[in-house]
Design a binder for this molecule. Structure first.
Ligand SMILES: C[S@@+](CC[C@H](N)C(=O)[O-])C[C@H]1O[C@@H](n2cnc3c(N)ncnc32)[C@H](O)[C@@H]1O
Length: 232
């Protein structure tokens, strides 16, 4: 890491911490994702070629920790969309796209939207990388966001998101946390390809990789939810 990138990373970490003290629920973490977590989150993102460019969506990029790893991974024909709710992060990321040497090559093929992902008309993507702090979301919002993201995923596409590991046991969770966990499992379990534990992160995290629903599953969404509610 050069002195310039190290000082940019430190500055990002301070901004992140400040936002956490102001809006802890929506920021959801005290520090940006580390390299190991970022690499795990983009495990299923693959570069395309001129005949088959890839479209990637990153939800909740924050200060761009994962975005910088995506920039290294994506090919020259691929496109990236970013949706960030926090105006400070969105402004910072917009500047970084034009100044940070790790991001400038990708900037012409990147669209940054500022706002809640729930309020966006999304396109269609081969991969979605999601950094939202779902543990802080109400159950109906978790369900709505996953419905929206799955609808935006092309057949064969992949959706990766993370949760922090080593949290409270079910007995020690309050009702809000238990409800969020239940909603998250209901929305994602059926699509889970695999999960991986990332210990070298602050705090350690678990990354979950999901497959796009098959068209048949999409059509019977209502029935699927009833079935899962009775199972849980
Ligand atoms: C846990 S941080 C992850 C930041 C970054 N991806 C990283 O890994 O360092 C969650 C991010 O999601 C953003 N966020 C929270 N709710 C959101 C929403 N409904 N729509 C879009 N972004 C949201 C927060 O502002 C924050 O940047």
């Amino acid at each position: 890491m050069t002195t310039q990138t190290a000082s940019a990373a430190l500055s990002d970490a301070l901004v992140f911490l400040r936002q956490f003290t102001r809006t802890s629920r929506s920021t959801g973490a005290i520090a940006p994702s580390g390299a190991a977590l970022s690499r795990a989150l983009i495990r299923h993102v693959h570069p395309g070629g001129p005949d088959q460019p890839r479209a990637v969506l990153e939800v909740g990029p924050g200060t761009g920790a994962v975005t910088r790893h995506l920039a290294r991974r994506l090919g020259p024909y691929d496109t990236l969309e970013l949706v960030e709710a926090n105006p400070h992060f969105a402004h910072r990321l917009s500047n970084a796209l034009h100044r940070d040497p790790l991001l400038t090559a990708l900037a012409p093929r990147t669209r940054l939207r500022h706002g809640l992902v729930q309020d966006q008309m999304l396109g269609r993507y081969d991969s979605i990388v999601c950094g939202l702090p779902f543990a802080n979301f109400p159950p109906d919002q978790i369900e709505a966001v996953f419905r929206q993201l799955f609808a935006a995923l092309r057949p064969g596409g992949r959706l990766s998101f993370f949760s922090y590991a080593g949290g409270r046991t079910l007995q020690k969770m309050d009702r809000r946390q238990a409800a969020a966990r239940h909603a998250l499992r209901t929305a994602t379990d059926r699509h889970l390809l695999h999960s991986e534990l990332v210990l070298p992160n602050l705090p350690p995290a678990r990354v979950h990789h999901l497959a796009a629903p098959t068209p048949a599953l999409c059509r019977c969404g209502g029935a699927r939810h009833e079935e899962q509610d009775s199972r849980a």
